[in-house]
Design a protein around this ligand. Structure first.
Ligand code: ADP
Length: 354
């Protein structure tokens, strides 16, 4: 698996007003976007500027099941083997990030990548009688640069609660990162895990109302922590991995309406964290760079071991294929194509202690 690139997919939210003349699917990997040139006052200008983007796959009119098969399955199976994995959804609010990562609530058919990943992890774990597995879950929200534990409300969990120092991203000796104060929940079955996901979703909604914030203004990282060791080898090695399923905050620029107060603050934090994410990604893509600026924001710091390097990383760029959103579609695709240049070198995380 060594030396693979970040895989980048494009997914379009279905709409009756799909901008056929502006967004052109050339083949399974290429999309051309045309944008009308600025028309000056009174002058009708039908000239177009055109851009072509090549990705690893275009998911146009594709079911949730197929999206999981093409985007999620490989990363999930890798995580069971001991490779870190990350699936991230990026794009403007309303483009289908939550639909892709979590799914439509209440619809089994339309469940997204997280519930399908949970199902597959437990299916794999049950198949492998030669190994003992421990599966733990955590659910982190990053809102205005502060860390929120979406599973903190659950009882019976050791180590829960932020403690005196509050929650923080902590660097580990092995080069990885962990979140101090974030609760980890041991789960034994798909059902138990799905219940926790549901709790976390509820807490996300409750927190949204309590703080009067918009849920598209935060980043959410659902993590499956997998640990395994062989039952048969006498000197058993412990293998650990993290599977991060990330719903990024809406990437749209606020543009025309001058935001103020809380909206302005949220917008500033999101713009900053997404631009730091991009900077970290560009630095990763540049093989000559040895310093990657992960610590500039909570998002990049929390994803330090999950963006490049020892990780299988997949990005889904979600777009809203309507003419009114072509500007945002272009900016999403530009971000996605920069991401494609990152090289990752996944290795199994092996150590002798649990
Ligand atoms: P985002 O998380 O990017 O803000 P959502 O995932 O909430 O966007 O999607 C906005 C709306 O569009 C939701 O009602 C969602 O169910 C619907 N939607 C998004 N993508 C799809 C799709 N591929 N198929 C059907 N409905 C979708």
């Amino acid at each position: 698996q060594a030396g693979s690139e970040v895989k980048v997919f494009l997914r379009t939210r279905p709409t009756a007003n799909f901008a056929e003349n502006l967004i052109e699917y050339v083949d399974g990997q290429t999309v051309n976007v045309h944008q009308k040139k600025d028309s000056r006052k009174g002058v009708v200008n039908n000239q177009l500027n055109s851009w072509s983007f090549r990705l690893d796959g275009v998911l146009h009119d594709v079911s949730q099941e197929e999206v999981y098969a093409r985007v999620g399955r490989g990363v999930v199976l890798g995580a069971v083997e001991g490779y870190n994995g990350t699936v991230m959804c990026f794009g403007q609010t309303g483009a289908g990030k939550t639909y892709t990562i979590t799914g439509a609530s209440g619809s089994y058919q339309e469940r997204g990548i997280i519930p399908r990943a949970i199902q597959e992890v437990f299916h794999e774990v049950d198949q492998r009688s030669t190994h003992t597995f421990r599966v733990q879950l955590s659910y982190l929200e990053i809102y205005n640069e502060s860390l929120v534990d979406l599973l903190a409300s659950l009882r019976g969990c050791p180590g829960a609660g932020p403690g005196p120092g509050g929650m923080a991203v902590v660097e580990e000796a092995c080069g990885g990162v962990s979140i101090r104060g974030l609760s980890l929940h041991l789960v034994h079955s798909e059902e138990e895990a799905l219940n926790l996901l549901f709790e976390g979703e509820m807490n996300r909604i409750i927190g949204t109302h309590a703080l009067n914030k918009n849920s598209s203004r935060s980043h959410c990282i659902f993590t499956v922590h997998i640990e395994s060791h062989s039952r048969t080898l006498s000197e058993a090695k412990y293998v650990t991995s993290k599977l991060n399923l990330v719903d990024l905050a809406g990437s749209e620029r606020l543009g025309k309406i001058e935001p103020e107060g809380q909206m302005l603050k949220e917008a500033m934090y999101i713009n900053k964290s997404l631009s730091f994410l991009e900077q970290a990604i560009l630095a990763l893509a540049d093989r000559r760079r040895d310093h990657i600026p992960f610590r500039q924001s909570k998002l990049t710091h929390a994803l330090k071991d999950s963006l490049g390097g020892n990780c299988n990383t997949v990005l889904v760029a979600n777009i809203y294929g309507e003419a009114a959103h072509v500007e945002e579609t272009l900016s999403t695709l530009r971000f996605a194509s920069r991401m494609k240049r990152v090289q990752t070198d996944p290795i199994i995380n092996q150590h002798t202690d649990p």
